[in-house]
Design a protein around this ligand. Sequence first.
Ligand code: TMP
Length: 208
Amino acid sequence: MAKASYFITIEGIEGVGKSTNIDAIKIYLENLDIDYLVTREPGGTELAEKIRLLLLDNYTEGISDTTELLLIFAARAQHIEEVIRPALDQGKWVICDRFTDATYAYQGGGRGLEREKIAELESLVQGRLRPDLTIILDLDPATGLARAAKRGNLDRFEKEELEFFDRVRESYLHIAEQEPQRCKVVNAAQSVADVKQDILRILADLGV
Ligand code: TMP
């Protein structure tokens, strides 16, 4: 029997088209009359959105890698307690634009923090909560960053060099290799229509 609520996360480097595809997922769920909530990280609550501003702001100079990691998990703790768990408990599907895989990819792969440190915080903040399904939109960083640059001012992460995003991408692909049941990689270099079709197929495979 299909479960009542699903926790689905959407991941990928900058410029992969997360927002466009989340819009497609919303329409899909609405057509099935499924009660859902779309949220994002870092953010999703008033406090967590304030932490997001600190994290993305270019004026946040000299932030250490460990401080960055702790701020991300502080925002996540609030988000889980205030938004994610209550929604799942009410039987809603939660669609989250980024979650802890982004921490493994950006703070682990990108910044070079030890995986074990991230895993410790993950179990402290999340307990047993993990996404049921993670869609990783995969794209080469040069293309992704060029798309992101077209959107306007670059935030503190978007200003990182290309090699940083190469490491982020590799980390995402590594996670997908380790957890093929949960993580589905979609080639985001395809046309918008083809990416959407792949995602809808993955959702249909949930059998709901
Ligand atoms: P967004 O631009 O997709 O909203 O994400 C904001 C930035 O935050 C993005 O550059 C990735 C970064 N980020 C991390 O570094 N670690 C995390 O755990 C999360 C959720 C986001």
